[in-house]
Design a protein around this ligand. Structure first.
Ligand code: ADP
Ligand code: MG
Length: 697
């Protein structure tokens, strides 16, 4: 398995280097684990005339003519027409144009394979796989020919799909059953009716039939998910064994606040979650709990009450927020609520001045500060606590994992950890990403919330919308206008934000209208000042980037206008929408887009206008975007599955989780001979892959 692919028939040192660079394939083992992304059934050749929009992958036969170049530079595109007996179809290339022009001959029969799209009712294939049909040969591919995803570069150097398949074929001919060790224990193979690893690996590349392919893929997914679940479950077990502080009693601070200062009744869900936290912190083991709840479900109050329990037991707490603005808001909110209580609160962010900072650092070290709210400034090495008992991490997915790990090092015992999500996380994703944490769900909104009325409008109606906004301002309400900035440091994006701000002001020329702007490029004090103008009610309109996305609370705001809404993901749109509808007035969310948006964007807008349910939206988001793009998880590596897909294979996620729990309950150290290979698989790539998350807390 460690042999270099260089020694395979058809590769050699040049192509070996290319494979390494383009696909990270260096060894036989790598190549064996580079699975086809689909299979071509060579016996199935379609007619162009009978193609339907719902057909995704098609194989055709015909001649290629009418080459045409369009545009230039990066926008360059090559088109050609494929003719068969029944009709014509457009072929498009954006890359490898000169290669195509040189190699495709007129009046020659080709076999074409690719992903079908319809453009203005006309069938099109972009970057098709093309192979000449040799004379006397009817069609080249047998049933279930593997299709590998290869890059344009590999293609242009002669490693196209079919030659790639020949290389894997050559590899498989060299491999004997004994070369492939079995990772799964025999009882698991039997109980779950899984095929052996050798069979799976050979059938995944060249399946005898569709059944064999499915069996192979099922087995490999199963193994992949089982290993991930073993890692997560082990982390979870480790977390539960980690000694922690005992918060033995609920004392005066909690009770006084609860009875005298709590401005509302807790919802049933809030009460339940606080009980869960209470139970966790009584055990003498470290709490690692994730609190999930929809936007506005009142997670902050749960955090505050937990921090009071910590204080009652003589421990300090910290609350980390992802942005300065949010930290400020939490600090102000908590300070107001606790203003008549003997609890000392501080805020520590990057913008706190040296002298004040020194005072705070001193207070944390001495234990005279009980609760500190802050940003990532809290995890700097200089920050030490006398006895940090509880760390609350708000709006988790914005926070770096290593930053949280650092927090742990601030104590002899790790603090209890409460992670709060910004929006709900779909179940399978939670199981995969946060399986090492216990989960609480706040599945109830405070009473009296009116659903936010959401509409999708095209930007040609901007003027009308501004009139509506004026009307709302006349009624005394405030307005958010949010712009998507892909990259706050990008000069062009920044300039367009400023231009938009100026444009908004032209709609409201009367000096009685007050427009403020916040964005990530402003110095912290300027950002604060502008934010404060909006929070205090002085500014009627807040023009902003997504810096306001998480947590900001201005109950008087009744309209959330989202510009270029198609550029936001569903969860982000939902999170933004949650900034309004916090008061008693009717609130509106207007999604503004151009008229020409993709089908997916249209679908997103439609989901947003149909539901206010964050749990449902999270599921839809996962289905539409796939796990990798959500929650910044791509970098984490925790969801880097080769073959499994937590959306499509949700049932397997559950099944392997159960199996992992059972295996570990019987053999926690994986020392049984049957588990030796699992043990190795688990330790083989811990460095590179999966679950740095277990170090979180
Ligand atoms: P999120 O869960 O999105 O962080 P917050 O904690 O910011 O939500 O709470 C949203 C708003 O709801 C705040 O103004 C908060 O004071 C209020 N709130 C929280 N819990 C309750 C409750 N039980 N009854 C009424 N209002 C509540
Ligand atoms: Mg919040």
């Amino acid at each position: 398995m460690q042999t270099s692919v260089e020694f395979l028939k058809g590769i050699g040192s040049f192509k070996a280097e290319l494979l390494r660079k383009e696909l990270h394939i260096s060894t036989y083992g790598d190549l064996l684990h580079y699975f086809p992304y689909r299979y071509i059934d060579g016996t199935q050749v379609q007619n162009i005339q009978s193609l339907q929009p719902d057909q995704e992958w098609v194989q055709l036969k015909g001649i290629i003519m009418n080459f045409n170049e369009h545009g230039s530079g990066f926008k360059k595109r090559l088109t050609a027409t494929l003719y068969d007996q029944t009709g014509q179809l457009e072929l498009v290339w954006f890359q490898g144009i000169s290669y195509v022009q040189k190699n495709i001959l007129p009046n020659t029969a080709y076999s074409i394979f690719g992903k079908l799209t319809f453009f203005n009712g006309f069938p099109t294939i972009t970057h098709p796989e093309i192979e000449a049909i040799k004379p006397g040969q009817n069609n080249a591919a047998p049933t279930m020919q593997p299709a590998y995803s290869v890059t344009e570069k590999l293609r242009s150097k002669g490693l196209n799909n079919r030659s790639f398949a020949k290389v894997t074929q050559a590899l498989l001919e060299k491999i004997r059953p004994g070369d492939i060790y079995e990772t799964l224990p025999p009882n698991i193979l039997q109980q779950y009716n899984l095929c052996g690893r050798y069979e799976a690996l050979s059938q995944i590349h060249f399946p005898q039939n569709a059944m064999a392919q499915q069996r192979a893929s099922h087995r490999l997914k199963w193994e992949e998910l089982l290993i991930a679940q073993l890692k997560i479950t082990r982390a979870n077990i480790r977390n539960h064994q980690q000694p922690g502080y005992v918060f033995g009693s609920v004392g005066d601070l909690f009770n006084t606040f609860y009875n005298d200062y709590l401005p509302f009744d807790l919802t049933g869900a809030q009460k339940r979650v606080i009980k869960e936290i209470r139970t966790d912190t009584l055990q003498g083991r470290q709490m690692n709990r994730l609190v999930q709840g929809d936007v506005g479900s009142g997670k902050t109050m749960v955090a505050l009450l937990s921090m009071l329990i910590a204080a009652d037991n003589g421990y300090q707490s910290c609350m980390m927020a992802p942005t300065e603005i949010l930290a400020q808001q939490h600090f102000q909110g908590i300070s107001d609520l606790l203003k008549d209580m003997p609890v000392s609160i501080a805020i520590l962010t990057g913008s706190v001045k040296t002298k004040e900072r020194r005072r705070i650092l001193e207070g944390l070290k001495e234990g005279t500060i009980h609760i500190v709210v802050g940003t990532h400034a809290l995890v700097e090495d200089k920050v030490t606590f006398r006895n940090l008992g509880l760390a609350v991490i708000d709006e988790q997915h914005r926070f770096g994992v290593s930053q949280r790990a650092k927090l742990w090092q601030k104590n002899t015992l790790p603090p209890h950890v409460l992670v709060m999500t910004a929006t709900p996380i779909p179940r399978t994703l939670a199981m995969t990403l946060y399986g090492d944490l216990d989960v609480s769900v706040i599945d109830e909104l405070p009473p009296g919330r009116k659903p936010i009325h959401t509409t999708h409008r095209f930007d040609v109606y901007r003027f009308k919308i501004m009139e509506f906004i004026k009307y709302e301002i006349e009624k005394g309400r405030q307005i958010y206008i949010v712009y998507p900035l892909i990259d706050e440091s990008d000069k062009l994006d920044y300039e367009s934000l400023i231009a938009n701000y100026e444009q908004v002001k032209t709609y409201f020329p009367d000096p009685k209208y007050n427009v403020a702007m916040v964005h990530g490029r402003q110095p912290a004090d300027e950002k604060d000042r502008n934010m404060q103008r909006f929070v205090s009610g002085e500014a009627h309109i807040l023009v902003s980037t997504t810096v306001i996305e998480v947590g900001v609370n201005v109950p008087n705001a009744s309209v959330m206008l989202i510009e270029s809404a198609e550029r936001f993901g569903l969860s982000q749109l939902h999170q933004l929408r949650g900034r309004v509808g916090r008061g008693s007035e009717k609130s509106y969310c207007i999604l503004l887009t151009g008229q020409e948006i993709s089908k997916e964007s249209r679908q997103r807008m439609s989901i947003m206008t149909q539901t206010n349910d964050g749990f449902l939206i999270a599921e839809e988001d996962l289905k539409m975007r796939g796990p990798g793009d959500i929650y910044g998880t791509r970098q984490s590596g925790a969801l880097d599955f080769k073959i499994a897909d937590i959306v499509q294979d949700a049932a397997l996620v559950e099944e392997t989780k159960k199996a992992a729990e059972l295996i570990l309950s019987e053999d926690p150290g994986l020392t049984h001979p049957n588990h030796r290979m699992l043990y190795q698989a688990l330790h083989h790539n811990t460095q590179s892959n999966t679950l740095q998350w277990n170090k979180i807390s």
